[in-house]
Design a protein around this ligand. Structure first.
Ligand code: HEM
Length: 462
């Protein structure tokens, strides 16, 4: 059966993952578990350890099935741009993400992907972003007024940001204001779905991660599907409303199910990525006081010049150092530690033959630390992105935190707006210090963050 838009999915979607890695450089790791623990603990470190031995294309042996790790800007470009239409995003994400976020834009390939991506388009146009910016500033102001009460206490900054961005998602994505019980249930279901993607036991039974995740998914589906007709009939400006009113190439509304699937995935794609970016910014600023001071001075100068205690949409380009800080944080701790694909046919990468239906795992952070391109790659140095140095411009795919090609992040501008508006307010309002008990373990999966949730103490500036 062909998919709705004629993509011959039947040629590859029912094929099992290839498990013959005899043509691929690398070793098989420990008996039974292979590389499972070392790879999932930190795919970046794993890649750095193995690439000097085996090159840019390396087999990785994981419980539940192996794959091939692919590294470096040339190969990243080839995979993301996919001129031969040979890398399936759908099959790359299927196993874990697909269980909870099926039917979403990342789970489609080629024409069917284009068809689904149309659902999202109006919600990410300039006019829509302008509207969200002013709404988001209002939410941030309310939240920071509450945070003031915690002045002088040690607080887990990561948890504060996570909760705040869930509130933003509720209002901007679904149009639900406040923190009512329905919203709490939506947020909890969403968190259960994200945790569900990291299941260890592959069978659901009451209480386990997979069970809770599937239950969460059911609740989200039911809730979102019921909202679609209501949103379609109204003229609200939240994302779900835009999606509900979008029409396909033939001028028909998308089905309630298609819209619900996209909206649920959007929560997933948007939330942890931006939470990680903001949390890591505070992590690095507490370690690099010069960068912190320079960023504060930029915010202060803009405030002195304009009298604005918030960045409006048209101000977002007026804080170039903050932009460099954002990029440097993404380079140091890329919000998406792994980007998967699966080959459709046999492929040759850097002279290595990769069989059809092979899982490909790319590690964007690896490319961001290659010594041949970056000066002192482990140093937090936002000025490497300045127009004078522009280290990232040596290759189009040397620095690609938002991916590239057909699946390039649709929320790229939204996330930077969300980031800049909060960092601007936070820098102007508070002085802050880290309060780690010891140097934290930096977690990579399921989402990157300091393992101790980034304890800080903040004090209002006078
Ligand atoms: C720092 C923040 C973010 C980072 C680093 C990031 C990164 C990425 C990357 C690397 C991809 C491509 C994945 C692939 O090729 O398989 C992607 C896709 C996507 N992102 Fe983001 N993202 C961020 C924030 C957001 C936000 C805020 C939203 C929505 C409001 C969003 C929505 C999406 C969607 C819908 C896709 C799938 C696009 C498609 O398949 O066509 N992202 N993101």
């Amino acid at each position: 059966m062909a998919s709705a838009k004629g993509v011959p999915y039947e040629e590859y979607v029912n094929e099992p993952n290839n498990q013959d890695f005899s043509s691929i450089p690398g070793d098989t790791g420990l008996p039974l578990v292979g590389h499972t623990f070392s790879f999932y603990k930190d795919p970046f470190e794993w890649a750095r350890e193995n690439s000097p031995k085996y090159g840019p294309v390396i087999k990785v042996n994981l419980l539940g099935g192996g794959g091939v790790v692919v590294l470096g800007p040339e190969l990243m470009e080839h995979i993301y741009l996919d001129p031969g239409r040979n890398f399936s995003s759908r099959m790359g994400f299927l196993d874990r993400v697909g269980t909870f976020f099926g039917g979403s834009v990342i789970m489609e390939d080629f024409e069917q992907h284009r068809h689904q991506r149309r659902i999202l388009q109006t919600a990410f146009k300039n006019d829509s972003l302008k509207h969200y910016t002013s709404e988001i500033n209002g939410i941030y102001e309310r939240a920071l007024n509450e945070w003031d009460a915690d002045e002088g206490k040690t607080v887990p900054f990561f948890m504060y940001v996570k909760e705040l961005l869930l509130e933003v998602a509720a209002e901007i994505f679904i149009g639900e204001k406040g923190r009512g019980s329905q919203m709490k249930k939506i947020n909890q279901s969403f968190i259960d779905c994200v945790n569900g993607t990291m299941y260890i036991v592959p069978f659901p039974f009451p209480g386990n991660t997979l069970y809770k995740g599937l239950k969460g998914r059911k609740f989200l589906e039911k809730t979102f599907r019921a909202l679609v007709p209501v949103k379609r009939a109204g003229n609200d400006k939240d994302m779900l409303s835009y999606f509900s009113r979008e029409k396909d190439e033939e001028g028909n509304y998308y089905s309630d199910e298609e819209i619900a699937n996209q909206a649920i995935f959007l929560l997933f794609a948007a939330h942890d990525t931006t939470t990680a970016a903001i949390t890591h910014t505070i992590y690095y600023l507490t370690r690099y006081p010069e960068a912190k001071e320079k960023l504060y001075q930029e915010c202060k100068a803009y405030y002195d010049k304009t009298g604005k205690d918030q960045l409006d949409y048209e101000d977002l380009d007026q804080v170039p150092y903050m932009q460099q800080v954002f990029f440097e944080v993404q380079r140091m701790r890329t919000s998406t530690p792994l980007v998967p694909r699966r080959t459709i046919r046999e492929e040759e990468l850097a002279g290595v033959k990769i069989p059809a239906h092979t899982m490909i795992l790319t590690v964007p952070r690896y490319t961001c630390h290659m010594e041949e391109y970056w000066t002192e790659p482990f140093k937090f140095d936002p000025d490497r992105f300045s127009p004078e140095r522009a280290e990232h411009k040596q290759h189009a795919f040397l620095f690609h935190p938002f991916g590239g090609g057909a699946h390039k992040c649709i929320g790229m501008h939204f996330s930077q707006m969300e980031y800049k508006c909060l960092i601007y307010k936070f820098m102007l309002r508070y002085e802050f210090e880290a309060r780690h008990k010891k140097e934290p373990f930096m977690q990579s999966l399921p989402l990157p963050k300091p393992g101790d949730d980034m304890p800080i103490v903040f004090k209002k500036r006078t």
